[in-house]
Design a protein around this ligand. Structure first.
Ligand SMILES: [Fe+2]
Length: 228
């Protein structure tokens, strides 16, 4: 291996290819070019595994993506989505926090209040989710629904501060369900909240124009008696 490396490394082109400006193009050239047609249902069996990896990142999110996907599934059936759209939404839920893999655990699991700088690092995670998913052909909607989950209708969300006009129904649904899911889970700085407590917070957010009130009403109806 050393001999082979020395042979390749003796060319100037090898070292230029490694520079930040050129590495993407260099990798593209050696990437095998093939594609397979698989359904969103089949892709879901892969993203389900990825969601377990994402959830394992922190002790506080062990069930987060898994249970968000289950809730998204329930709501998609309630709204009578086609199977394809339902699976795309479930895939988006599986992968919505993918970018958290790039956030250090000492920030994610911090029990104290976060500094402004630490919070800005947390906020980067949805940007990374978008960058990762946008590159996959056929994942345009999925990237949008997954990466918009911290955007708010009044423009006060992150990372783009999108407005209500830029947030489609599934982005709004993902945002509301993510908040509901997070509130009903334990966090390092608080216990898990009951359905009623979580709905109080969500309803306040509706009043202040953060999230979609019709979707919140549906969540209230749907999950008041259902425990998943
Ligand atoms: Fe998130």
């Amino acid at each position: 291996m050393v001999e082979a490396f020395l042979r390749v490394a003796s060319h100037t082109s090898f070292w230029i290819d490694l520079k930040d400006n050129f590495i993407a193009v260099a990798l593209q050239k050696v990437q095998p070019k093939y594609s397979v047609d698989i359904s969103f249902e089949q892709i879901r069996s892969i993203t389900q595994v990825l969601s377990r990896i994402i959830d394992s990142k922190s002790q506080y999110t062990q069930q987060h993506s898994k249970e968000l996907s289950e809730k998204v599934d329930v709501m998609a059936r309630f709204y009578d989505y086609s199977d394809e759209e339902r699976f795309k939404l479930i895939i988006a839920a599986d992968l919505h926090d993918l970018g958290k893999l790039a956030v250090p655990n000492d920030i994610l699991d911090s029990t104290g209040s976060l500094s402004e700088e630490e919070f800005s690092v947390i906020k980067e995670h949805t940007y990374y989710t978008r960058i990762a998913l946008e590159q996959i052909t056929g994942f345009e909607d999925i990237a949008e629904w997954a990466a918009n989950h911290h955007e708010k209708l009044n423009g006060l969300g992150y990372p783009f501060g999108k407005s209500h006009k830029q947030l489609d129904f599934n982005s709004r649904l993902m945002g509301c369900l993510d908040i509901y899911q997070a509130l009903t889970e334990e966090r390092p700085y608080r216990r898990s909240l009951s359905h009623t407590e979580a709905m109080d917070i969500l309803n306040d957010m509706c009043k202040n124009g953060f999230v979609d009130s019709n979707i919140c009403k549906d969540i209230d109806v749907f999950f008041s008696n259902v425990h998943i």
